[in-house]
Design a protein around this ligand. Structure first.
Ligand code: PMP
Length: 285
Protein backbone atom coordinates (compact mmCIF):
# COMPACT_ATOMS: atom_id res chain seq x y z
CA UNK A 1 0.00 0.00 0.00
CA UNK A 2 1.42 3.41 -0.92
CA UNK A 3 1.80 6.03 1.76
CA UNK A 4 -0.03 9.31 1.45
CA UNK A 5 1.02 12.68 2.86
CA UNK A 6 -1.01 15.84 3.23
CA UNK A 7 0.78 18.92 1.93
CA UNK A 8 -0.98 22.29 1.81
CA UNK A 9 -4.43 21.12 0.86
CA UNK A 10 -3.49 18.05 -1.19
CA UNK A 11 -3.18 14.36 -0.41
CA UNK A 12 -0.15 13.22 -2.37
CA UNK A 13 1.97 10.07 -2.64
CA UNK A 14 4.55 10.21 0.14
CA UNK A 15 7.44 9.73 -2.27
CA UNK A 16 6.43 12.77 -4.29
CA UNK A 17 5.48 15.03 -1.40
CA UNK A 18 7.58 18.17 -1.04
CA UNK A 19 7.68 21.80 -0.02
CA UNK A 20 9.42 24.76 -1.66
CA UNK A 21 13.18 25.25 -1.18
CA UNK A 22 12.49 28.68 0.28
CA UNK A 23 10.12 27.35 2.88
CA UNK A 24 11.19 28.89 6.17
CA UNK A 25 11.01 25.49 7.80
CA UNK A 26 13.83 24.39 5.49
CA UNK A 27 15.78 27.67 5.64
CA UNK A 28 15.51 28.55 9.33
CA UNK A 29 13.75 25.68 11.13
CA UNK A 30 11.00 28.30 11.44
CA UNK A 31 8.28 25.81 12.17
CA UNK A 32 6.65 23.73 14.88
CA UNK A 33 5.36 20.20 15.04
CA UNK A 34 3.37 17.67 16.98
CA UNK A 35 3.41 13.88 17.17
CA UNK A 36 0.27 12.17 18.32
CA UNK A 37 -0.20 8.51 19.08
CA UNK A 38 -2.77 6.54 17.11
CA UNK A 39 -4.18 3.54 18.94
CA UNK A 40 -6.88 1.25 17.61
CA UNK A 41 -7.45 3.88 14.93
CA UNK A 42 -8.07 6.70 17.43
CA UNK A 43 -5.96 9.77 18.12
CA UNK A 44 -4.71 9.84 21.71
CA UNK A 45 -4.80 13.17 23.54
CA UNK A 46 -5.56 15.13 20.39
CA UNK A 47 -7.03 18.03 22.38
CA UNK A 48 -3.87 18.55 24.39
CA UNK A 49 -1.58 18.14 21.37
CA UNK A 50 -3.49 20.73 19.35
CA UNK A 51 -3.59 23.10 22.33
CA UNK A 52 0.19 22.81 22.63
CA UNK A 53 0.52 23.38 18.87
CA UNK A 54 -1.51 26.58 19.24
CA UNK A 55 0.74 27.68 22.10
CA UNK A 56 3.93 26.92 20.11
CA UNK A 57 2.58 28.86 17.13
CA UNK A 58 1.60 31.78 19.37
CA UNK A 59 5.08 31.96 20.91
CA UNK A 60 6.50 32.33 17.39
CA UNK A 61 3.75 34.72 16.25
CA UNK A 62 2.51 32.24 13.67
CA UNK A 63 -1.09 31.61 12.74
CA UNK A 64 -2.94 28.30 12.83
CA UNK A 65 -3.02 27.08 9.22
CA UNK A 66 -6.70 26.20 9.58
CA UNK A 67 -9.31 25.82 12.28
CA UNK A 68 -8.92 23.24 14.99
CA UNK A 69 -11.87 21.31 13.59
CA UNK A 70 -10.48 21.31 10.05
CA UNK A 71 -7.07 20.21 11.29
CA UNK A 72 -8.75 17.35 13.15
CA UNK A 73 -10.34 16.24 9.88
CA UNK A 74 -7.01 16.34 8.04
CA UNK A 75 -5.29 14.30 10.76
CA UNK A 76 -8.03 11.67 10.58
CA UNK A 77 -7.96 11.59 6.81
CA UNK A 78 -4.20 11.01 6.76
CA UNK A 79 -4.56 8.25 9.35
CA UNK A 80 -7.40 6.72 7.30
CA UNK A 81 -5.64 6.94 3.93
CA UNK A 82 -2.54 5.29 5.39
CA UNK A 83 -4.65 2.66 7.15
CA UNK A 84 -2.90 3.25 10.45
CA UNK A 85 -4.48 1.41 13.37
CA UNK A 86 -1.54 1.69 15.73
CA UNK A 87 1.11 4.24 15.01
CA UNK A 88 1.85 7.92 14.90
CA UNK A 89 0.52 10.96 13.13
CA UNK A 90 2.99 13.81 12.58
CA UNK A 91 2.10 17.37 11.72
CA UNK A 92 4.34 20.30 10.95
CA UNK A 93 3.43 23.94 10.46
CA UNK A 94 6.02 26.39 9.15
CA UNK A 95 5.81 30.13 8.56
CA UNK A 96 5.64 29.40 4.84
CA UNK A 97 7.59 30.33 1.73
CA UNK A 98 9.41 33.66 1.41
CA UNK A 99 12.63 35.02 -0.04
CA UNK A 100 15.37 34.16 2.43
CA UNK A 101 15.47 36.96 4.96
CA UNK A 102 15.84 36.64 8.72
CA UNK A 103 12.94 38.99 9.38
CA UNK A 104 9.47 37.53 9.43
CA UNK A 105 7.84 37.97 6.03
CA UNK A 106 4.51 39.76 5.85
CA UNK A 107 1.49 37.76 4.74
CA UNK A 108 2.94 34.34 4.05
CA UNK A 109 0.62 31.38 3.99
CA UNK A 110 1.73 28.81 6.58
CA UNK A 111 2.87 25.43 5.28
CA UNK A 112 1.06 22.44 6.73
CA UNK A 113 2.36 18.90 6.31
CA UNK A 114 0.79 15.81 7.88
CA UNK A 115 2.11 12.26 7.68
CA UNK A 116 1.20 9.04 9.46
CA UNK A 117 2.86 5.71 9.87
CA UNK A 118 2.10 2.43 11.53
CA UNK A 119 4.21 1.14 14.39
CA UNK A 120 4.27 -2.25 16.01
CA UNK A 121 2.56 -2.26 19.39
CA UNK A 122 4.03 -5.70 20.09
CA UNK A 123 7.57 -4.45 19.48
CA UNK A 124 7.00 -1.46 21.72
CA UNK A 125 5.67 -3.68 24.50
CA UNK A 126 8.71 -5.93 24.14
CA UNK A 127 10.96 -2.92 24.49
CA UNK A 128 9.04 -1.79 27.57
CA UNK A 129 9.43 -5.23 29.12
CA UNK A 130 13.18 -5.08 28.63
CA UNK A 131 13.54 -1.39 29.46
CA UNK A 132 15.88 1.00 27.70
CA UNK A 133 19.32 2.45 28.39
CA UNK A 134 20.04 6.16 28.49
CA UNK A 135 23.23 8.19 28.57
CA UNK A 136 23.66 11.73 29.83
CA UNK A 137 24.94 14.58 27.68
CA UNK A 138 25.38 18.32 28.32
CA UNK A 139 22.24 20.33 27.56
CA UNK A 140 23.48 22.65 24.82
CA UNK A 141 20.08 23.79 23.55
CA UNK A 142 18.57 27.26 23.44
CA UNK A 143 16.35 28.24 26.33
CA UNK A 144 13.04 28.14 24.45
CA UNK A 145 12.75 24.37 24.33
CA UNK A 146 9.24 24.83 25.72
CA UNK A 147 8.30 25.64 22.11
CA UNK A 148 8.04 22.49 20.02
CA UNK A 149 10.11 23.74 17.09
CA UNK A 150 11.56 21.61 14.31
CA UNK A 151 15.03 22.93 15.27
CA UNK A 152 16.14 19.60 16.72
CA UNK A 153 19.81 19.34 15.73
CA UNK A 154 21.09 19.19 19.36
CA UNK A 155 18.53 16.44 19.96
CA UNK A 156 19.72 14.53 16.87
CA UNK A 157 23.34 14.80 18.03
CA UNK A 158 22.43 13.69 21.55
CA UNK A 159 20.49 10.70 20.29
CA UNK A 160 23.31 9.79 17.90
CA UNK A 161 25.68 9.83 20.88
CA UNK A 162 23.26 7.57 22.73
CA UNK A 163 23.13 5.17 19.83
CA UNK A 164 26.93 5.09 19.59
CA UNK A 165 26.99 4.17 23.29
CA UNK A 166 24.45 1.39 22.77
CA UNK A 167 21.62 3.39 24.40
CA UNK A 168 18.18 4.43 23.16
CA UNK A 169 17.88 7.89 24.60
CA UNK A 170 20.05 10.74 25.83
CA UNK A 171 19.22 12.77 28.93
CA UNK A 172 20.30 16.38 28.78
CA UNK A 173 22.03 17.66 31.92
CA UNK A 174 22.19 21.40 32.61
CA UNK A 175 25.22 23.32 33.90
CA UNK A 176 24.21 22.75 37.51
CA UNK A 177 24.15 18.98 37.03
CA UNK A 178 20.37 18.64 36.82
CA UNK A 179 18.71 16.39 34.27
CA UNK A 180 16.40 18.47 32.10
CA UNK A 181 14.77 15.99 29.71
CA UNK A 182 15.46 13.41 27.04
CA UNK A 183 16.27 14.07 23.39
CA UNK A 184 12.66 13.25 22.56
CA UNK A 185 11.09 12.43 25.91
CA UNK A 186 10.63 13.68 29.47
CA UNK A 187 12.75 12.17 32.26
CA UNK A 188 11.55 10.71 35.55
CA UNK A 189 13.06 8.87 38.48
CA UNK A 190 11.58 7.14 41.51
CA UNK A 191 13.18 7.76 44.91
CA UNK A 192 13.83 5.13 47.56
CA UNK A 193 10.67 6.42 49.28
CA UNK A 194 8.67 5.55 46.15
CA UNK A 195 8.09 9.16 45.08
CA UNK A 196 8.03 10.00 41.40
CA UNK A 197 10.34 12.89 40.60
CA UNK A 198 10.24 14.91 37.41
CA UNK A 199 11.39 18.39 36.60
CA UNK A 200 8.82 21.22 36.59
CA UNK A 201 7.80 22.20 33.07
CA UNK A 202 7.68 25.96 33.55
CA UNK A 203 10.91 26.40 31.55
CA UNK A 204 13.88 24.40 30.30
CA UNK A 205 11.91 21.45 28.97
CA UNK A 206 9.02 20.67 26.69
CA UNK A 207 5.81 20.17 28.62
CA UNK A 208 5.20 16.68 27.31
CA UNK A 209 1.60 15.66 26.85
CA UNK A 210 2.51 12.16 28.03
CA UNK A 211 4.14 13.77 31.07
CA UNK A 212 0.95 15.69 31.87
CA UNK A 213 -1.23 12.60 31.51
CA UNK A 214 1.26 10.51 33.52
CA UNK A 215 0.86 12.98 36.40
CA UNK A 216 -2.88 12.25 36.28
CA UNK A 217 -2.25 8.51 36.10
CA UNK A 218 0.05 8.78 39.13
CA UNK A 219 -2.70 10.56 41.09
CA UNK A 220 -5.13 7.81 40.08
CA UNK A 221 -2.69 5.17 41.36
CA UNK A 222 -2.05 7.11 44.58
CA UNK A 223 1.63 7.51 43.72
CA UNK A 224 3.31 10.51 45.30
CA UNK A 225 4.87 12.98 42.88
CA UNK A 226 7.48 15.66 43.43
CA UNK A 227 7.82 18.10 40.57
CA UNK A 228 11.40 19.17 41.13
CA UNK A 229 14.74 18.93 39.42
CA UNK A 230 16.98 15.94 40.06
CA UNK A 231 20.69 15.59 39.46
CA UNK A 232 22.53 12.96 37.48
CA UNK A 233 23.86 11.52 40.74
CA UNK A 234 20.36 11.29 42.14
CA UNK A 235 19.33 9.44 38.99
CA UNK A 236 22.21 6.98 39.42
CA UNK A 237 20.94 6.27 42.95
CA UNK A 238 17.25 6.06 42.00
CA UNK A 239 15.34 2.82 42.46
CA UNK A 240 13.57 3.30 39.14
CA UNK A 241 13.70 5.57 36.13
CA UNK A 242 11.57 6.03 33.06
CA UNK A 243 10.85 8.36 30.18
CA UNK A 244 7.55 9.52 28.72
CA UNK A 245 6.63 10.50 25.17
CA UNK A 246 3.76 10.05 22.74
CA UNK A 247 5.97 7.65 20.75
CA UNK A 248 7.07 5.45 23.66
CA UNK A 249 4.38 5.99 26.29
CA UNK A 250 5.79 5.33 29.76
CA UNK A 251 9.07 3.56 28.99
CA UNK A 252 11.18 2.06 31.80
CA UNK A 253 14.87 3.01 31.91
CA UNK A 254 17.10 0.26 33.23
CA UNK A 255 20.58 1.74 32.71
CA UNK A 256 21.92 5.29 32.99
CA UNK A 257 25.45 5.86 31.70
CA UNK A 258 26.02 2.11 31.84
CA UNK A 259 24.96 1.78 35.51
CA UNK A 260 22.01 -0.40 36.40
CA UNK A 261 19.02 1.48 37.80
CA UNK A 262 17.73 -0.35 40.89
CA UNK A 263 17.90 -4.05 40.15
CA UNK A 264 18.42 -3.36 36.44
CA UNK A 265 14.85 -4.33 35.53
CA UNK A 266 11.80 -2.19 34.74
CA UNK A 267 10.38 -0.89 38.00
CA UNK A 268 6.94 -1.40 39.45
CA UNK A 269 5.80 2.22 39.28
CA UNK A 270 6.79 2.54 35.62
CA UNK A 271 5.03 -0.72 34.74
CA UNK A 272 1.87 0.33 36.57
CA UNK A 273 1.86 3.76 34.98
CA UNK A 274 2.32 2.20 31.56
CA UNK A 275 -0.45 -0.34 32.11
CA UNK A 276 -2.89 2.34 33.32
CA UNK A 277 -1.97 5.13 30.91
CA UNK A 278 -4.53 4.50 28.21
CA UNK A 279 -7.43 4.32 30.61
CA UNK A 280 -6.66 7.92 31.60
CA UNK A 281 -5.52 9.44 28.28
CA UNK A 282 -8.16 11.04 26.07
CA UNK A 283 -9.30 8.84 23.19
CA UNK A 284 -10.56 11.08 20.41
CA UNK A 285 -13.68 10.03 18.47
N1 PMP B 1 10.76 16.44 25.28
C1 PMP B 1 11.19 16.51 24.02
C2 PMP B 1 12.43 17.28 23.71
C3 PMP B 1 10.46 15.88 22.99
O1 PMP B 1 10.88 15.97 21.72
C4 PMP B 1 9.31 15.13 23.32
C5 PMP B 1 8.54 14.37 22.27
N2 PMP B 1 8.10 15.16 21.24
C6 PMP B 1 8.90 15.08 24.65
C7 PMP B 1 9.65 15.76 25.61
C8 PMP B 1 7.66 14.32 25.06
O2 PMP B 1 6.52 15.01 24.68
P1 PMP B 1 5.15 14.24 24.39
O3 PMP B 1 4.84 13.46 25.63
O4 PMP B 1 4.17 15.33 24.16
O5 PMP B 1 5.38 13.38 23.21
Amino acid sequence: MSRIAYVNGLYVPHGEAGVHIEDRGFQFADGVYEVCEVRDGHLIDETRHISRLIRSLGELRMAMPMSRAALGLVLREVVRRNRVRDGLVYLQVTRGVAQRNFLFPANTTPTLVVTARATSRAELEQRAEAGISVITVPDNRWDRVDIKTVGLLPNCLAKEAAKAAGAREAWFVDRDGYVTEGGSSNAWIVSAEGRLITRPAEFGILRGITRTVTLEVAARLNLQVEERGFTREEAYAAVEAFVTSATLGVMPVVRIDGRAVGDGKPGRAARELRATFHSVAEVAP
